[in-house]
Design a protein around this ligand. Structure first.
Ligand code: 8GT
Ligand code: MN
Length: 538
């Protein structure tokens, strides 16, 4: 029997008689322990930590397997697995301790050497392994749907789909809130960019075709990134709670600015101004009334009709109003083509306004005047509380007709847009309502009108005009969502050197406009798969 075999025998005897033997680390015995860590299945970082621990315990570390090694630490499952590794090819008959790496951790915890008992790797010779024990190594896929491929998902953002009923609502809501926070509280360009980054991140989450259950699934997603938004998403996924989101959600200043931005006509800069003046609630703003807001009739109406305009517009109410207005338009121009765009077309059951798009043949002077004629009719019937005729210039940028640097005929650059605060009958019936006499309401100021005994509620309607040639592009633009349009326009610019707007598609390389008959054509020109409106809820 070799010396090492004797040693082994002795240990076994000890194991039988004494459950745990604690040897002081200060004992000179320590020097006799020569430790080798078998690196298989141990990551480099962990290996480094383990090696430091061996030194810390005052043990001798051997960086390679030798006959002098007394203890082998491993994370493999059985003694045989260790003996079959390449390091042991010439040490088949080595008889030292083969221990699980946990032994070292336990020694560290106890500040002394603990018995090897309980840490010896089990011995299961391979010929004894029963068929049942051989669990085939089944790789658990990262994503719950086999067809999901991250590389494809990241290739082209507008190829993604986002339906309203997507599967990661909590994460998206947290990211949307942070986007809204930075949009509402924006002081600098950086804040604005933060708002956009969180909106992009939320959109990426809305497009995931599976419910994320594991934070690994969130890694590497274009749009979500690997920074702040990923951290928030991971926290929500793992605990359902993100302190930063809750803190911002309940931030007093944000709550006030949020209320102010819900006033029709008010954006972050007026909201900030009001906050600076010490205002906190809508009631505070209402008290401002005459002096500060009277010079902006849009905001004055926004404040006066705050409650009406912030009550969600239901789909049935929107459809009812759409029918009423477009029937009127067809009396003026029978060939007009109309569509109800915006959130309702994307499948929302309620929204903040009704977006009506008109399409008519092009005329020499560009603007057909249809929208002005429709507005005229509605005004004659006394159904308009307030309106403003403008031109749109891409999403959100509205240029007042009078201040536009372009003539009103330049429809290649702008679509005519008329924004209306409209009277919606409380009993949903326009046929009787339109025959009423509203002359008594004509001379009332916004606050008097809002507080009068009225049979209607104020709703927001946008009427957008387009020539037949612009119509497919206007449809894409006014269907939204806003974030979907952003991604589409960014992609068109970056990948194709095209400029996409609600007016058309311009090939900047060849300096020409690209004609389309339908929305499908628009997607085709953009080299994208057609997406239904309800798949554009980014
Ligand atoms: P909602 O339910 O809150 O009304 O949601 P929405 O219908 O999606 O939003 P919206 O504010 O009514 O805008 C409808 C779509 O029109 C959006 O996709 C928006 O990007 C697009 N749009 C433009 N130009 C302009 C514009 O000048 N003003 C507004 N408000 N929206 C515009 O393409
Ligand atoms: Mn809308």
């Amino acid at each position: 029997m070799s010396i090492s075999m004797k040693k082994r025998k002795l240990h076994e005897d000890e194991e039988d008689s004494r459950p745990t033997k604690i040897v002081s680390t200060s004992s000179s015995n320590n020097n006799k322990q020569i430790i080798y860590i078998l690196p298989d299945c141990i990551g480099p970082r962990r290996l480094e930590i383990m090696e430091k621990s061996v030194n810390k315990m005052g043990l001798t570390l051997s960086t390679r397997m030798t006959a002098n090694v007394t203890h082998v630490l491993s994370e493999l499952e059985t003694k045989e697995d260790v003996l079959e590794s390449k390091e042991f090819s010439i040490f088949k008959s080595w008889k030292g301790y083969i221990l699980h790496a946990k032994w070292l951790a336990e020694c560290l915890r106890c500040h002394s050497l603990v018995s090897e008992t309980g840490f010896l790797l089990p011995s299961i010779p391979s010929h004894e392994k029963k068929a049942d024990d051989v669990v085939p190594h089944v790789e658990i896929p990262l994503y719950p749907i086999p067809e999901f491929d991250l590389k494809t998902f990241n290739e082209c953002i507008p190829e993604r789909k986002a339906i309203f009923d997507h599967q990661n609502k909590e994460i998206a809501a947290a990211l949307d809130l942070l986007s809204e926070y930075w949009e509402t509280c924006q002081q600098t360009k950086t804040d604005e960019n933060r708002a956009l980054a969180f909106a992009r991140a939320a959109a990426a989450i809305k497009c995931l075709p599976f419910k994320a259950t594991n934070s690994q699934q969130l890694k590497g997603i274009k749009g979500l990134g690997n920074g702040h938004a990923l951290r928030v998403a991971t926290q929500i996924l793992e605990s359902g709670y993100c302190p930063e989101v809750e803190e911002k959600r309940n931030d007093k200043k944000f709550l006030s600015l949020q209320i102010f931005c819900k006033v029709y006509g008010v954006g972050p800069s007026i909201a900030e101004k009001w906050y600076g003046q010490g205002l906190r609630t809508v009631e505070d703003v209402k008290k401002l009334d005459q002096h500060d807001i009277a010079n902006n009739d849009m905001i004055a109406h926004g404040v006066a009709f705050y409650d009406d305009l912030n009550r969600p517009l239901l789909r049935a109410e929107a459809e009812n109003t759409y029918k009423y207005i477009t029937d009127l338009a067809k009396l003026i121009l029978p060939s007009v083509v109309t569509s109800m765009n915006g959130g309702f077309l994307r499948g929302k059951s309620s929204g903040h306004d009704l977006d009506v798009l008109f399409s008519y043949p092009e005329r020499e002077d560009g603007d057909y005047g249809l929208i002005a004629a429709v507005l005229d009719e509605l005004n004659k019937k006394g159904l308009v509380v307030w309106s403003r005729a403008t031109h749109t210039d891409g999403p959100r940028k509205v240029i007042e007709i009078n201040s536009s640097p372009l003539s009103s005929g330049s429809t290649n650059e702008h679509l005519p847009l008329t924004m209306i605060i409209f009277k919606y009958p409380l009993d949903d019936r326009f046929d009787e309502f339109e025959r009423r006499d509203f002359s008594g309401e004509r001379n009332l100021g916004p606050f008097q009108l809002a507080n009068s005994n009225r049979q209607w509620r104020a709703i927001r309607v946008d009427l957008v005009g387009s020539t037949n040639a612009q119509y497919p592009y206007a449809q894409v633009g006014w269907t939204g969502s806003k974030q979907y349009n952003r991604s589409l326009r960014q992609y068109a610019k970056d990948s194709l050197n095209y400029s996409l707007s609600s007016m058309g598609l311009h090939d900047n390389g060849q300096n020409r406009w690209i004609a389309a008959q339908t929305e499908q054509d628009v997607f085709h020109h953009l080299k994208l798969t057609y997406r239904e409106p309800w798949e554009r809820n980014f």
